[in-house]
Structures are given as structure tokens and as C-alpha cells.
Design a protein around this ligand. Structure first.
Ligand SMILES: Cc1ncc(COP(=O)(O)O)c(C=O)c1O
Length: 385
């Protein structure tokens, strides 16, 4: 049987990983500044995370949500503490798309409305509602087409205000990434997030903060939306939550009340997934990884901004993007093959850095050196700064 060929692949097989490094089947070591697509939060195969999962596996891996699972409450308590949202309610599921799907559904159950506001360059996942609020026609199958979604320009307060002025009574929710990931590392302005909050309050809509990529400490705050100093009604999370173990969730403000059977999942919140997510939270706290993301992220952004060939360096913490001019279009490829360094990208010409939050300063320094080397090879100029 063939694999269903939907992923363009790099010709490399990763067989081992530790911290910010991975190794291929020929024993070659790579620096991982891609974090397996922003998934690796505490570092590959962190020993505490491995131990907690192993110990849980010896006890019980899975039982369904028809019985009490105290690990879920432990995780809720931990997440309340680490995010500062103690009074929110946790629902656990399996992927970012599912978290957003449930958030959008919950908003609609809550206010009985149908329309959703989403933004240009958004990416929220591949399931039916989450793909409908994703700004990429290529991902939307005919069956997912809907006129319930209104796309507005990102960070455009006037467009948002005028949409609410016209259709405020119909708007169920507004969904926004605090920092757009797939869209190219675009930071939502604090004033824009405040405007979303106040318009949602005024019109009875639900503010959904998609924190699947920018959450779990990656920005230096637990949720990047919190830089704006206002709370969302629902935060969704996945990727960094399990450090590679599939686990996702949404936390829901106390005024949104649950009803039995409104949401559900077979696998979500299983014992093994909870053990993985609990271990991630513990390591983020113990190793002060959000502080590390701030420091190493600042170092990287400052260094990148001083390289004249790169444009528009942006992001927060260890979620960083920059534009690459046409003559450097092979930079990402050359970093991988010549410098053995994984980075992420956004089309057409953006490099994205999404490393583990435990990235060491010396690894960041080594990356800047290899980047300068590859720029010099491609341009024929020494990179000075
Ligand atoms: C912001 C955002 N939301 C949702 C998703 C979908 O997550 P998943 O692939 O786990 O379904 C992604 C994945 O890249 C994402 O970046």
C-alpha cells in the first residue's frame, strides 16, 4: 500500500532526538529550530517527560471519559496556575483543529448564533469549521464552503468595527491567532485584541484565542494573546502541550456553561496524554522556559535584525519570522543541507524559527554563524554587522 501523498518531504529520516538536536539514520546531527512544527516545547525526549510517560504506561494508558480520570483535574489545576486562568474550565481533545472546532461550536451553542469573524492569512486547522475559518481556498473542499464565515483584514480595527456595526447581532465568535504561524509570523496588535474584546462584550460574541502554535509559553507568556492585557473567552492549545505526544485542549471562561453531551471525544484526556501534558507544564515551570524563550528569542531577533540582507524580523519569544529576498531563496534549503539546521517556512519567502523553548544561547549563536555563512555563499558578500 502507498502512503497518501499529501506532504512534500525533505529527503531525510530522523531516528533519534535529544534537546534541540535530532539525528538521521546515517548518524548526522541536525540543530532543530523548527521544533517539528512548533511542537517541541521542552526539548526532544526530555528525561522527566519520558519518565512520566513510561510510569503512566505501566499503570494505565487509556480509559474512556465515562469514568473519573483524576489526572485530568490535576492537569486543569496545573494549567490554571501556569496560565493564570484558574476560574476557566478545561476540555481535552487531540489536535489543534479539534480544539478550534470545539471552541467555535461551543461559542455557537452559547449564544445561539452562526456567523464567525476570522482574519486574512489565518490558519486554524483542517476539520470542517476550523478549515472554514482558515484563509486558504486550497484547503477548503466544496463540502466545507459556508457563508457563515466573514474574513476581515488582520489588525484592521476599522473593518472590525464596521462589521460589528452592521452584523453585530449575528456574530457568534471572533477567532484569532495571537501570532499568526502558517500566515508568516504576524503579531496581532495589542490594540486590535483589546478592540476584539470590547466589541465581543458589546455585542455578545465570543472571543476565541487560537493559541495552538503561539501558546504554551512560546511567546514568553503562556498565551501570546495576554500581551494585550485582556482575557479571551476561550483559548485553544495543542502542539507544545504534549512535546510531541498528541494532546490538545480548550479552556473556557466561567460564564460559558457546559451541558452534557455538547462536546465529546473518545481519546481526548486519556491518562497517557494527561501525564505527557502534566510533565510539559512541570518542566516549563521548573526550568523557567518562558524566561528562556524571552532571552534567547531577543538575542536571535537582535542578531537577525542586524543582518542587512534579511528583512522585517518579527515575532515574540521563540516564535520568530523574517523575510528572505529573492537572491537568498535557497537559504532555508542550504541551512538544512549544508549547515544541518532545520528551520520552518511560510510561503513565499519567509523563514520561521519555532525551536524548543529550552534552546540554549550557544545553539542560537551557532545558528547565527551558519546563517551568515550561507548568506555569504549565496550573495558572494561577507555578512558584516
Ligand atoms: C494556529 C494553528 N491553529 C490550528 C492548527 C491545527 O492544529 P493540528 O494540526 O494539531 O490540527 C495549527 C497547525 O499548524 C495552527 O498553527
Amino acid at each position: 500500500m502507498n502512503l497518501f501523498d499529501v506532504y512534500p518531504l525533505n529527503d531525510v529520516t530522523i531516528v533519534k532526538a535529544k534537546g534541540s538536536y535530532v539525528w538521521d539514520d546515517k548518524g548526522e546531527q541536525y540543530l532543530d529550530l523548527y521544533g517539528g512544527h512548533a511542537v517541541i516545547s521542552i526539548g526532544h525526549t526530555h528525561p522527566y517527560w519520558v519518565k512520566q510517560i513510561e510510569e503512566q504506561l505501566e499503570k494505565i494508558a487509556f480509559y474512556s471519559n465515562s469514568v473519573r480520570i483524576p489526572l485530568q483535574q490535576q492537569l486543569a489545576d496545573k494549567l490554571g496556575k501556569i496560565s493564570g486562568k484558574n476560574d476557566y474550565q478545561l476540555f481535552l481533545c487531540n489536535s489543534g483543529a479539534e480544539a478550534n472546532e470545539n471552541a467555535l461550536k461551543m461559542a455557537s451553542f452559547h449564544n445561539g448564533r452562526k456567523k464567525i469573524i476570522a482574519f486574512s492569512k489565518s490558519f486554524h486547522g483542517r476539520t470542517s469549521l476550523s478549515v472554514a475559518v482558515t484563509d486558504n481556498k486550497n484547503y477548503i473542499a466544496p463540502v466545507n464552503e459556508t457563508d457563515n464565515v466573514i474574513f476581515l483584514p488582520f489588525n484592521d480595527e476599522e473593518a472590525l468595527e464596521s462589521c460589528f456595526a452592521k452584523q453585530g447581532k449575528e456574530i457568534s465568535s471572533v477567532i484569532i491567532e495571537g501570532i499568526q504561524g502558517v500566515g508568516g509570523i504576524n503579531v496581532a496588535q495589542e490594540s486590535f485584541l483589546k478592540k476584539i474584546r470590547s466589541l465581543c462584550d458589546k455585542h455578545g460574541a465570543v472571543y476565541i484565542a487560537d493559541s495552538v502554535q503561539c501558546g504554551f509559553g512560546r511567546s514568553g507568556k503562556f498565551f501570546s494573546h495576554d500581551f494585550a492585557g485582556v482575557n479571551a473567552d476561550i483559548y485553544t492549545m495543542a502542539k507544545g502541550m504534549g512535546n510531541g505526544f498528541p494532546v490538545a485542549g480548550l479552556i473556557i471562561a466561567p460564564h460559558i456553561k457546559p451541558k452534557h453531551f455538547q462536546l465529546g471525544t473518545t481519546f481526548g484526556g486519556n491518562q497517557l496524554a494527561c501525564a505527557a501534558a502534566l510533565a510539559v507544564c512541570q518542566v516549563i515551570e521548573d526550568e523557567k522556559l518562558m524566561g528562556n524563550a524571552v532571552m534567547v528569542g531577543k538575542y536571535l531577533r537582535d542578531e537577525l535584525a542586524s543582518i542587512p540582507q534579511l528583512r522585517n524580523v518579527r515575532g515574540r519569544g521563540l516564535m520568530i519570522g523574517f523575510d528572505v529576498p529573492e537572491d537568498l531563496k535557497d537559504l532555508k534549503k542550504n541551512l538544512l543541507w549544508n549547515q544541518k539546521t532545520f528551520t520552518g517556512e511560510s510561503k513565499p519567502n519567509i523563514i520561521r524559527l519555532l525551536p524548543s523553548l529550552a534552546l540554549k544561547r550557544r545553539d542560537a549563536e551557532a545558528f547565527i554563524e551558519s546563517l551568515k555563512e550561507e548568506i555569504a555563499v549565496l550573495t558572494g558578500e561577507e555578512v558584516s554587522n
